[in-house]
Design a protein around this ligand. Structure first.
Ligand code: AMP
Length: 113
């Protein structure tokens, strides 16, 4: 399914891109919920983590390792951060293209709403 995120991958609409490689793209969330709020997305159009396949195992790991690297670069690795993947309606998923939220720069509360 073509989403706003595929348009960002294809550079059809702008985004504040902080990292890119052959498998993933990371850009600042347009509506930040924390001082650092970055989305890490696969270039492959996987709708949500529940639809990821065994063959995507390496790609899923790459998204997490990339998120950790970006957190380090953003200077929030030591203070801490949170990675979130919303899946489906009850999970709060709005864009049906898998994305990892990287949130940090402030103390985050738990449990989430
Ligand atoms: P989710 O609710 O997990 O599906 O998250 C979707 C996220 O995408 C939200 O945090 C939005 O603020 C963000 N978002 C939507 N459109 C854009 C855009 N054009 N550029 C950057 N972030 C976006």
């Amino acid at each position: 399914m073509a989403t706003i995120f595929s348009k960002i991958i294809n550079k059809e609409i702008p985004a504040d891109i902080v990292y890119e490689d052959d498998r993933c793209l990371a850009f600042k969330d347009i509506s930040p919920q924390a001082p650092t709020h970055i989305l890490i997305i696969p270039k492959k159009a996987i709708e949500r983590v529940a639809l990821a396949q065994t063959e995507d195992e390496g790609l899923l790991g790459h998204l997490l390792l990339t998120a950790a690297q970006i957190a380090k670069k953003a200077g929030i690795s030591e203070t801490g951060f949170r990675l979130v993947i919303n899946n489906g309606k009850n999970g709060g998923e709005a864009v049906p293209h898998l994305h990892v939220h990287l949130l940090g720069g402030r103390a985050l509360t738990w449990p989430p709403g």
